[in-house]
Ligand binder design. Structure first.
Ligand SMILES: [Zn+2]
Length: 360
């Protein structure tokens, strides 16, 4: 029986080999995950490829046969006639759009592919961040927070400038490279290209203090209920590489998953594993009368929680509680969530806690 096998590391496809043994090749991938070259077992470059925005082949060199996966092939995009099959949806490359409506519409654009930034984004599942129970205003708001993270929308210079201002008592130098690293992480989660573990998905649940967090395991305490005044929380699944030296620069602690009774929070309703599980409590959206909440506060919170998905924690013993004095907090995560929100939505829109950051 003929077979073909694919070598994957961390969910990315890095090469293929077949039963004939004729041509095992390694994929040379670009930053987006497209195959830009095939490398033979003796180490020589066989074919090279160049791709336009929505996957049109611009050029090919070499006479080797094409690999099974090509444009964004590292993430499993597979060409089928005029379409690319992207795990659960087909992408009509000629029309630069999906051929069927996103199952999370209206929280996600119906047909628009990769925030209309195909060079910067891939969408490895054909979906986008998995918003669970975040409907109506909440879903629209969180989708907008994520869309604002797209390259070309987010002004990274503004974020970096903001991170250098005073605020939260944060006394450490902020390296632009640290900021870029975390912005990359948040962008990947927001675009659905996610973590390195192949699940490619952050699950964001919206819910209130009653037992109304969708598909939340009953043995696992509802954080919106048990932690007073909580606006949001993230549960990263386990260790992931942080930038070298970040802990020394920021006094950070690692931030782990909750106990085994909570393991189901990593299961999305579609059955796929979530790379990270985030909760945004209803309080962050609805109680605009509550001191400190402003119209864009949910975005500041979402960015904050997505930064936690990297396993980046708060300084030991200093988990700041919204509404409580945070003046002693040496906190990178709070500042980053606020600075991204300010860059995207303006200086005064992101809540009272964010106004701690001086204006210049
Ligand atoms: Zn936090």
């Amino acid at each position: 029986m003929a077979w073909r096998a694919y070598n994957t590391v961390n969910g990315q496809i890095l090469g293929e080999t077949s039963s004939s043994g004729a041509r095992p090749v390694d994929y040379q991938l670009d930053a987006l995950g497209s195959v830009v070259g095939t490398i033979k077992t003796n180490g020589t470059l066989e074919n090279t490829y160049r791709w336009a925005g929505y996957g049109q082949q611009v050029s090919k060199t070499g006479i080797g046969s094409d690999p099974t996966f090509q444009w964004v092939g590292g993430w499993g995009y597979r060409k089928t006639d005029a379409l690319s099959y992207v795990r659960r949806r087909h992408l009509a490359q000629k029309h630069a759009s999906w051929s069927s409506v996103d199952s999370f519409w209206p929280y996600q654009p119906q047909l628009r592919y990769a925030h209309s930034s195909p060079v910067s984004y891939a969408d490895a599942s054909g979906l986008a961040p998995e918003f669970i129970g975040c409907d109506g205003v909440k879903g629209a708001k969180l989708s907008d927070c994520c869309r604002k993270m797209a390259p070309g929308s987010l002004d990274r210079t503004k974020v970096k400038e903001c991170m250098k201002r005073k605020g939260f008592g944060f006394p450490y130098p902020v390296l632009d490279s640290d900021v870029d690293w975390f912005l990359d992480v948040i962008q990947r989660y927001c675009s659905g290209t996610g973590a390195n573990d192949g699940s490619n998905r952050v699950c964001v649940r919206c819910g209130g203090p009653d037992n109304d967090l969708p598909s939340w395991p009953s043995k696992c305490p509802n954080p919106c209920k048990t932690t007073k005044n909580l606006w949001g929380i993230a549960y990263p699944p386990g260790p992931q590489p942080l930038p070298a030296g970040i802990k020394d620069r920021c006094e950070l602690v690692e931030y782990g998953p909750p106990g085994p009774e909570c393991s189901d929070i990593y299961k999305g309703p579609t059955g796929r594993k979530c790379a990270c599980s985030v909760v945004i409590c209803d309080r962050a959206f609805t109680n605009l009368a509550e001191p400190g909440i402003q119209i864009e506060t949910p975005c500041a919170i979402l960015y904050h929680e997505l930064a936690h998905c990297s396993t980046l924690g708060h300084p030991a013993g200093e988990e700041p509680i919204p509404g409580i004095d945070m003046s002693r907090s040496l906190d990178f995560v709070y500042k980053l969530g606020c600075c991204i929100c300010k860059a995207n939505y303006g200086e005064d829109q992101c809540g009272k806690e964010c106004s701690r950051i001086t204006k210049s």
